[in-house]
Design a protein around this ligand. Structure first.
Ligand SMILES: Cc1ncc(COP(=O)(O)O)c(C=O)c1O
Length: 403
């Protein structure tokens, strides 16, 4: 038989990535306090993580996790719908629903799984028969939203970034298809906020279900940190499907989908990434409940500290003439364009004591490789100033090399 080899094909793809300088490597980053990491024996300040409120190592979370693990063990040993659903999960789902102003929330083990599972359940031909649904999405949406539409075998129509009129045109072009419009609330690689109010109107006028992935807004934006949707003054009627992750500002891991009770029940019945996987450890749910208390009350002013850090970074970058993107959130990208330029910049920052990983295609469009600087309430003003100094030196070197 002369079947082409799968191994040869995947090796050729990997070698192609290597040739283009696009290989990624996991580096071991051990944790010190204050957003610092030990990487390759050196101490670096992490300016590329998503622990926006600096809660991942908080003593309340650690205490809740260890207490629950001592009582209940580590693994749940079964899926939620078998025998893996614990009191901690039920309480966390209840609290997430209450926090986000929805009737019900459903836990998933990761944000990727929440997007894949929910879109597959809501749009999937395997669930709903042969008629393909329409899934309209922002061009810069997270990969798992795009993959969710493919998994559902939905017709995917992408609109130019943040262009609500173009989104409306996509829906108008297919008026007879059942439709869902999905967007990141805060865009993960650009840091800007989606035009949520306009998109909600577009959806309401066209009977399309509106789905917001608020991975980077939850905990950070809006009253009580309830996210970008609440910050835009929108509620459950405007955004019937809200997805949030628990591994970023909430400092834990996992994700949830929230909405009205009927819709969430349907997701629970059909989402394969929910049904066929082991429930997250109950101790993690307990830690997440402790984190939610801190996020909602914010007694030690972490959101304000983060806001001040973002403002300090932006003001310093403007003084240095660094071309930041228009973002007011914790995500502050510096676009270099060429992959090699972004990788070189990351390397030089590392020599200066900063961990800021270069983000390259295919995570971002070709020609827009960048340093995705992220800020946290855990950063001290002097570390932000030191990063700005390093970026200033980098920029001066680049300018000198250009003349
Ligand atoms: C917008 C967005 N959605 C979903 C996810 C996936 O979340 P998780 O890391 O919990 O799988 C991410 C992760 O970076 C994200 O940025």
């Amino acid at each position: 038989m002369n079947r082409p080899g799968l191994r040869a094909r995947v090796e050729a793809a990997r070698a192609g990535r290597e040739q283009e300088g696009l290989l990624r490597r996991a580096r071991t980053c051990d944790v010190l306090g204050g957003g610092r990491r030990v990487v390759g024996g050196r101490i670096l300040t992490d300016f590329c993580g998503n622990d926006y409120l600096g809660l991942a190592g908080h003593r309340d979370l650690v205490a809740a996790l260890t207490r629950a693990a001592s009582a209940e063990g580590v693994g749940t040993g079964a899926a939620h719908l078998v025998s893996g659903h614990r009191g901690e999960h039920a309480a966390l789902e209840h609290e997430l629903a209450e926090w986000t102003g929805r009737q019900r929330a459903l836990l998933f083990s990761t944000g990727v799984m929440a997007n894949l599972g929910t879109l597959q359940a809501l749009l999937g031909t395997a669930v709903h028969g042969r008629e393909r649904a329409l899934c309209v999405q922002d061009r810069l949406n997270h990969a798992s939203l795009i993959d969710g539409a493919s998994l559902a075998d939905a017709e995917l129509a992408r609109y130019p970034h943040a262009d609500a009129d173009a989104a409306a045109r996509q829906l108008d072009a297919r008026p007879t298809r059942p439709a869902l419009l999905a967007t990141d609330g805060v865009f993960s690689m650009d840091g800007d906020v989606a035009p949520l109010a306009r998109l909600a109107t577009v959806c309401a006028e066209r009977d399309a279900l509106f789905y917001v992935d608020d991975a980077h807004g939850l905990g950070v934006l809006g009253p009580r940190g309830a996210g970008s949707v609440a910050a835009a003054g929108l509620g459950a009627r405007d955004v019937p499907v809200l997805m949030g992750t628990l591994g970023k500002a909430v400092g834990c891991a996992g994700a949830f989908i929230a909405g009205d009770a009927d819709l969430i029940e349907a997701v629970a019945q059909f989402a394969r990434a929910y049904i066929y996987t082991t429930a997250m450890p109950a101790a993690l749910a307990a830690a997440t409940r402790a984190a939610l208390r801190l996020v909602r009350e914010d007694v030690d002013g972490r959101r304000e500290r983060l806001r001040a850090n973002v403002a300090r970074f932006r003001a310093g970058a403007a003084q240095l003439g660094l071309g930041l993107m228009p973002s007011d959130t914790a995500i502050q990208p510096l676009v270099f364009g060429a992959t090699t330029a972004a990788v070189d910049a990351a390397r030089q920052l590392e020599q200066d004591g900063f961990l800021v990983v270069a983000i390259r295609p295919p995570t971002v469009p070709r020609g827009s490789a960048r340093l995705r600087v992220t800020l946290s309430a855990a950063h001290t003003p002097d570390r932000i100033d030191a990063l700005l100094d390093a970026l200033g030196r980098l920029s001066a070197r680049r300018q000198a090399a250009a003349v």
